[in-house]
Design a protein around this ligand. Structure first.
Ligand SMILES: NC(=O)C1=CN([C@@H]2O[C@H](COP(=O)(O)OP(=O)(O)OC[C@H]3O[C@@H](n4cnc5c(N)ncnc54)[C@H](OP(=O)(O)O)[C@@H]3O)[C@@H](O)[C@H]2O)C=CC1
Ligand SMILES: CC(C)(CO)C(=O)C(=O)O
Length: 313
């Protein structure tokens, strides 16, 4: 199979990990970053510490102004967005006109259910692939260096759904699924990515804000006699919120997601990492997204309301 050309926008914990795995299997990857992380990537390349193995990835790394001057969007088979959700809109402002010059599909690998609509609003639905990074914990440990753990799956699909059997995104999705699996990234294509994004939001609303508030990892939270109940309560509120988007998650989704995170590694959530580094938190796209939907449905979400309010203080 021919190698892929992939542009990874915002190559931090998640983007850095997947980029390194793809590059070590011969795919061409270009990274974007900024600040000291970018300087380190340009000086010494990306180094990923994954499950006791060091992966060195000498992929080119650029800021967005240089990207625009150097490349045409259709130089790539795929653009992957691995920014924090707080950066989706500002980066679409930076790169939207450039992306509009081409037709390359854009895959979001971010948490939350509101990134794909933002990208679609700018580029049109037919270019958008929704996606999520599942069972992975990853973060920048120092400029140029990423630590990652977990089986690190990807689930992706045409957003919100393929228009028909001739949808041009379907052959690309099949090609990506096959290439990613060959590199050791367990990947599945789903016909209903919004459902999967909401199931992931159940996990993220359950553990991310509470971990940022308490400083506890996912295992400590989900096994804690009191916090475990709060996690379950916040997950249940997310299941209710999904109904506002016509994604009717059920008690079964709730229990499956609770069990998935309860049995996963003890992960320091991405929101806890951001809190410790004094960076903006993805609160609007996680707790805020749930509260907005519950308000529209006229229902209370007291756990999410309280934890969100305490964190925003
Ligand atoms: N980390 C995890 O374990 C998991 C994270 N996720 C989700 O994946 C997504 C990515 O998370 P994560 O990898 O942790 O994020 P990171 O913060 O580690 O990486 C994002 C990178 O994008 C950079 N960036 C932001 N704006 C720009 C810009 N304008 N130009 C160039 N670079 C920019 C950031 O730089 P700067 O630091 O300067 O802002 C940062 O280096 C999130 O939605 C997260 O919720 C999902 C599963 C697990
Ligand atoms: C909770 C976790 C690790 C699940 O993959 C996650 O998505 C995050 O930290 O943002």
């Amino acid at each position: 199979m021919s190698s892929l050309n992939i542009l990874m926008i915002g190559a931090g914990g998640i983007g850095g990990y997947y980029a390194a795995r793809l590059a070590e299997h011969g795919h061409r990857v270009v990274l974007t970053a900024r600040g000291r992380h970018l300087e380190a990537l340009q000086a010494s390349g990306l180094q990923v510490d994954y499950e006791g193995r060091l992966i060195n990835c000498p992929a080119p790394a650029l800021d967005h102004a240089t990207l625009i001057q150097t490349y045409h969007p259709d130089d790539f088979d795929l653009v992957v967005i691995t920014l924090k959700s707080t950066a989706t809109e500002p980066v679409l402002d930076e790169l939207g006109d450039w992306l509009s010059r081409g037709s390359v599909p854009v895959l979001s690998l971010q948490n939350g259910v509101d990134n794909e609509p933002l990208i679609a609003g700018r580029l049109g639905e037919s270019r958008v692939l929704g996606g999520l990074a599942v069972r992975i914990g990853g973060h920048i440990t120092e400029p140029g260096k990423v630590f990652a753990e977990g089986v690190a799956q990807i689930v992706m699909g045409a957003w919100p759904k393929a228009s028909d059997a001739d949808d041009a995104r379907l052959p690309l999705l099949r090609r990506l699924e096959s290439a990613f699996n060959d590199t050791g990234i367990p990947t599945t294509v789903t016909p209903d990515i919004r459902y999967e994004l909401w199931r992931k939001l159940v996990i993220n609303n359950g553990v991310n804000p509470l971990s940022a508030l308490t400083g506890l990892d996912t295992r400590s939270l989900t096994h804690h006699p009191e916090f475990g109940k709060v996690v379950y309560g916040m997950m249940a509120e997310t299941v209710e919120a999904s109904k506002a988007d016509g994604v009717n998650l059920t008690r079964r989704d709730l229990d499956e997601m609770f069990e998935l995170i309860r049995s996963f590694n003890a992960i320091k959530t991405s929101m806890l990492v951001d809190k410790e580094k004094g960076r903006p938190l993805e609160l609007d796209s996680i707790a805020g997204a749930v509260l907005k939907r519950c308000e529209a449905l006229g229902i209370e979400a007291p756990y999410t309301f309280l934890v969100n309010a305490l964190l925003r203080q």
